[in-house]
Structures are given as structure tokens and as C-alpha cells.
Design a protein around this ligand. Sequence first.
Ligand code: ZN
Length: 635
Amino acid sequence: MKRLASIACLALSLPLFGTAAVALAAEPNANARPFATQDNPETLVLDARDAGRGLMTATMRIPVASGPFTFVYPAWTPGEHGPTGPLADLSQIKVAANGQPLEWRRDPVDMYAFHVVVPRGVRTLDVQFTVLVNSPDVMSTPNLAILNWNRVLFYQADTNSHHVYFKPSIILPEGWGYGTALPGPQQSGQRVDFAEVPLNMLVDSPLDCGRYYKHIELWRQGSAYHMLDVFADKPQDLEIPDELIAKYRRLAPEALALYGSRHWNDYHSLLELSDVIGFQGIEHHQSSDNRAPDDFMTNPRDQLAAGDLLTHEFSHSWNGKYRRPRELTTLNFQIPMQTALLWVYEGMNQYLGDLLSFRTGVRKPGDYPEYLAALYARLASEPGRNTEPLIDTTTAAPYLYEATGSYPSIRRTSGDFYGEGELLWLDADTLIREKTHGRKSLDTFLHLYSAPALTGPITKTYTRADIERLLNEVAPNDWHAFFQKRVYEVAPMAPTDELARAGWRLVYTSKPNKFITARETLSHVTDRWYSYGLLLGKEATVMDVREDSPAWQAGLAPGMKIVAVDGQAFTGDVLKYVTTQAEHSSGPTAFLVRQDGWYHTYQVSYHGGPKYPHLERVAGQADMLAQIMAPHAGQ
Ligand SMILES: [Zn+2]
């Protein structure tokens, strides 16, 4: 999702220092015997008292043996699906043995690895570094902080993350509360100590903390519960309407009905409300790290635009964490992940996260067709799909998550395997319903997929063949050919069969699409994609131009700032007026733009008026979308 780093691993000769040779960079593996065990864990104390100024200090005591020793900083981040470990956040690295400073050296090839030679008789190393919390992602403000443990620790190289143990602690800023799924918290003043956990569980258990917070129990059954831990930059943003909370209380029951199983005991939806911290969601087995704007829980528009944030991440506990593609399941955080099956992991989850947002009522079930219309229309106007199959977007996901800049519709983006994944799995869902005359659905598949009914947070891997075999058990079909055509081959058109099967068709009218409107305000953009072919950002700067659209043919390009339209200073209202006027004239509209210090006028010939996508019912056919989005759990 974010940054990129490289994990080239070559065996090279290193200069010697001290009296022994340092370890050499090698292909990462997980075969080394860990010195940090459950009985003798690595201790990690994170001093977060300076979080408000963007600094934290990580202090570790790492069990070792004498001789060459390598410790590493996690590179590949689960949930981010890439080598995003923020190496540049490390500073002031200090290593000591028996109170004496010890020389360390970074590996010249694998920059996530650090070599030392441990003196004879030494059993632990004291290692400390300063974490630059906000470079480049903002992870803390004066009022709250997000702590992903993988960003604040070193561990012994080449160990299995299930077998190397940590005992983590945090020192919080005064008066701050916290939320996490980490077990065994013991608080004394500002310090909280947690139980010993394997490294994989530590990295899978982020901690949110802040000055203004609320813990809201959403669901409980015996000792199992679902907690919403909300932290806000401003206390008024915690005034969440009861009506909205009531909808989120439906999330666990609807997810349990959808999957028919549970692989967590206590689950924490951690939510940070801050305009300073970017919009983001990262899944974990027993928690999720959700980051949203200040007014996310108090402005209905935000719930309309992004009401699948918490539901998507919650669904990942089953689909992504419990069931995970084999090549995405690595034994430690240095071994590269292979991301090809993200069309299941993220693609199906995009569908299920949306489905849960509608089934819970966070979004009105009746609005799903309008939501789908925006998705269909976007994918239908994407020239990149003429040359690049969906599988290439998932295979190259670590790079595409990082991609920024112009022409995403020409390049294709990581967003494609989310959006197109949703259509793909809606296609599969409607096909199962059609083939079984409504007796079965994707829910039936998910019950098989996520069986048995109750386990702890373990991972069960799958391959493409496993998915196709399970689908075949639900509804016999050539599922291999189904996915081959839609995912593995170039598909100039996004899936549309399901639309007709579900009793709907795509139309364009002058009425704004409510989801496009909500996203315009949430993302501060002006969307004229289906009329002029323009997406405008702040201060009317062109962010993207649709290929072959009127704006494209006139010569408009990303980076230009629109100054005036038909002689009037540009505002949204002026553009609206000019668009309406152009419907009754034959002449072009003059766009005056500024680019790199120059002014140019472009003549755009468009007379079709406002144009937005919607779905329309096909008479005489059953409305499958209404059946799919209706609440499924008992009331
Ligand atoms: Zn996801």
C-alpha cells in the first residue's frame, strides 16, 4: 500500500571488523534456532511519551550467543502486501553488550539487516533506536498515535516468526488511553506490560492510543466480544450517534452469519479519527487498524463514501488472515511475499466488505445498485485493461500500491483488483444463485471456506485450485475457465453478466450519482469523468483525463490548472452553468489553463450535459441485488 524497498539478497564478502567475520547477506530463510524463546523472550519497551512530537524510542534486550549475529528490521508488511518496512524511520541506532558499546554494520545489499560480532560470554544485546514516527506517513499527532510493532523492533535474522518470542511494553503519554488485541495487559502508571507473544502475533496486534477515546462494546457472546476502540484528534468527534453505533452492533452477527465460523475470541476495531493521518485500513487477525477523517463517525456523507472501512477490515479476519494464499504466507518478514492471489484475498473481500456495510445498514441496502453503477462505469472507461489482464495488477501489487501520479486509468492500479474483484465475486455469487435456483449462494461457499466453526487465530492457506474445487462443491461449473477468462486473460470489458442476471442494466442520466457525490466531498475532487472526461483536484488542477473524451481530444492533460471557462473565473457553479448552456449550442467551450507558468486556451467540444451512471431495473426479472444485500442475521 505504501512505500517500496528492495530485498535483493546476494552473498558478498564483507570487510572484517573486530576479530571475527560478520555474517553475510544471504537468501532469507526461517531455519535459524531463535535465542528468544517463550521462557527467555526478547524484551521491547517502546517509550511513546514523545509521540506528540513524532518521536518514540524503542529499547530491546535481544537474547544472543557469542560470535557473528545478525538482527533485522521487518521488511515485508502483512496487510500492506509489500516491502514497506519504513527503513528511513530508524535513527540513532545504538548497540551495547555488558554496558559497552558494540560496533554494528548494515548489510550493504540487504539494508534491513544489521551485523554485529557478539563478544565471548555475552548472552543479551541491548539495542535502542529512535523512531521517526511521521516520515513519510503521519502516524501520530499531539492527541493520538498508531503503533505498528513491526516499525519499532529488530529480531534475530532467519528465525521463524511463530517461534521467536517478545515481551512488549509501552510507556504512554500522560493521560492517554490505549486499545489493542495484545493479551495480558498489566498497567502501572503510564507503562503497560503485555504477555509474551510470538513475533507474528506482536506484528499482527497494533496498538492505538490517544488523549480522547471511547471503548464501545459492540457485541458479546460469553467471553467472546467485538470492541470498537475510537481515538480522535478532537473530543467532539467521539460524539457518535447511537443510531450509527446500532448499525455497527450488527457487524459481528452479520459476519458470523456470512461465514458461519469465528477465528478470534476478542476482536478490536481500532479507529483513529484524524484529518492529519491519511485514510487507511490494515487488517489483522483479532483487530484492525482503521484511519479515517475527523468527522468519519459524525458525518453521514463519510459513511456513504467509505462505510465499508470497518466492515472490510473485519471480514479480513476470516478472508485474508484465517484463509490466506499460500504464497502470501511467509515464515518471517524478510521473505518476499507473492501477491498474485490478491484477486481472492482483496478482490473477494472488497465484495464482502461492501456486502457487510449494506447488510448491517451502515449503508442502506437499497443503495447498492447506485454504488455498483459508479463501479461499473469506472471500469468501463479504463484503456489500460485492453493490454493488461487483472492478474498483472495483483502480481505487481507491491509496486502498484506505491504508484502515484497521472493516468491511473491507462496504467491500471491496485484499486482495480478491489473494484473488479467485487464484480468478479458478484458474478460468482449470482451464478451460484442461478445454478442452484436460489438454494445456495456465495455465503454457502464461505461457510465451507472458513470451516471449522471455531478456532483461535490460526492460518489455513489455499491455492487457486483449492478455491475452484470448493466452488465446484457448491455449484458444479468450470470455475477454472471462469477465472481464466476474467482474471488471467486480457478482458477489455469488466464482468457484466451478473448485472443482467441480477435484473439490472447500466444507464447514464443527468442526475448525480450519490456515491460519486459523496466521494467528491470526502476526497476534495470534482468528478466530470463521464461528461468532459475530467477529474479535478484542489484549486481546479486536472488530476486525470479520460482517454478519447472531449477534454482529451482538446488536449487537456494532468497537472494543468483550469483558470477560467468561457471567460469566467473557474468555480464548480460556473462549470455547471457552462455545461448546461453548451447543451443548446454547437460551439466549443473555452478552457483557459495555466501550466508551468504559461497560459493556454483549449477548445472543448462537449454538448451532452451532466452525465452520471445509474442502474435501472430490467422489467420481469427478479432483483437479486436486493436479496444479496438484505440483512441475513437474526434481528
Ligand atoms: Zn483489504
